[in-house]
Design a protein around this ligand. Sequence first.
Ligand code: SAH
Ligand code: SF4
Ligand code: F3S
Length: 475
Amino acid sequence: MVRTEKKISQQEADQQTSFMEMVRKRNDAFFAKTGRHKKFYSLAMGCQMNAHDSEKLEGMLTRMGYEMTQEEMEADLIIYNTCCVRENAELKVYGKLGALKAYKRTHPDVLICLCGCMMQQETVLETLRSKYRHVDIVFGTFNLYKFPELLETRLECGETIYDIWQEHGEIVEDLPQIRHFHHKASVNIMFGCNNFCSYCIVPYVRGRERSRLPEDIVAEVQCLANDGVKEIMLLGQNVNSYGKTLEQPISFAKLLEMVHEVEGIERIRFMSSHPKDLSDELIETMARLPKVCKNLHLPVQSGSSSLLDKMNRHYTKEDYLHLVEKIRSAMPEITLSTDIMVGFPGETEEDFQETLDVVKKARYSTAFTFIYSKRTGTPAAVMENQVPEGVVKDRFSRLLETLDAVIYQENERFIGKTLPVLAEEVSKHDASILTGRTESNLLVHFQGDQGLIGQTVPVRLMENKTYYVLGKRVE
Ligand code: SAH
Ligand code: SF4
Ligand code: F3S
């Protein structure tokens, strides 16, 4: 069956391919004249989805004849993919833009491009238009695939370009991408979010939830496997509601089964899972399929049922802990990670104690911890009883203390075991050390040769360092 949606998407993709060729011609002419390839510097400032979007931008830039550089100051084109989930993320962007102001005066030919979530906010655009006029191209989350067209237009007309869409169009497939690792890759399975947790800006800047067709996802995974990729990370803001809005609805568990069939893929991971939508079918499927890593990211946010209600999370502390129990009894070897927030409006010491209690009972192996940040436009921003900064900081450090002890304990159960570790990179501190991960996502440092990168090798886990484990390769 040919879907009209797909036809439009194909037309769009073809159009962008011709814009890529136009920019490439310009760059080829530049190279013929100067003997130098133009360079780009790309910075992803947000979550895994943001990083994956940047891989696509980098793929397009490479196809347009630019070379990637890690040195911002030698780039002809600078592109920041922004995040706005917390205020700090936004302040960082303004800081970096401020620093580029003087630079642009002395280097007027350098193009500064901004995209991503932060650009979807009207107030941000107003600030950019009035205070940061040295920016050349601004676009948002819904029209990333149009970057070649925007770039060509900027190069042709020389004027600043703002192209922000308020809503998503169709999903455009087959964008080129650059992968940062040879052996692992991320694959979007869905975009947007419908959950509207009361503190969160993501649904406003990423739009409504929409899923890619399973056959498109499987085809991409197959291509990656053919290219030597062994580990796949399936990405979505809430993968557990994957497929519900498709013409022919399909569950996330079924998608996992399909991806599991792809030969060459050894490990399948996914994130994020909203606890309210995690089905028994998924637990059963995870437990049954050997390639699906026994590691689950299950954001809790808070342990207090009354705060969870105010956060619009649709589960209680008891629901969450019951879910954890179910998961652990189906997969005793599983490790859990989570997101936790402190300082949500109205959080009392008792609420916070509930959070510490969940941390101890759920026994996380990793946790991403955040201080609540007020996001204008979200329901929580106008809630009363914002918690004073000093109180929040104190809770935050007590949370970290509790987590450290729990994480250490969770790692202990692996010490002394020999487990397959997928070698990922050379350690930044010691060239003779490799870092890799177990199926359970435990970070392992071990002595090894660079040639092992991308291979899965048996490693005996020896010493628990809380955030990683020291191991020894078993020959
Ligand atoms: N869709 C994912 C989370 C995406 S945002 C999920 O629901 O699991 C990643 C994390 O950022 C969230 O889980 C939350 O812990 C944190 N976060 C979101 N909005 C925040 C805010 N306003 N202040 C502080 N942390 C926030
Ligand atoms: Fe934000 Fe909640 Fe959606 Fe996650 S599920 S992106 S926290 S609104
Ligand atoms: Fe991700 Fe930040 Fe956007 S967390 S979805 S890049 S607001």
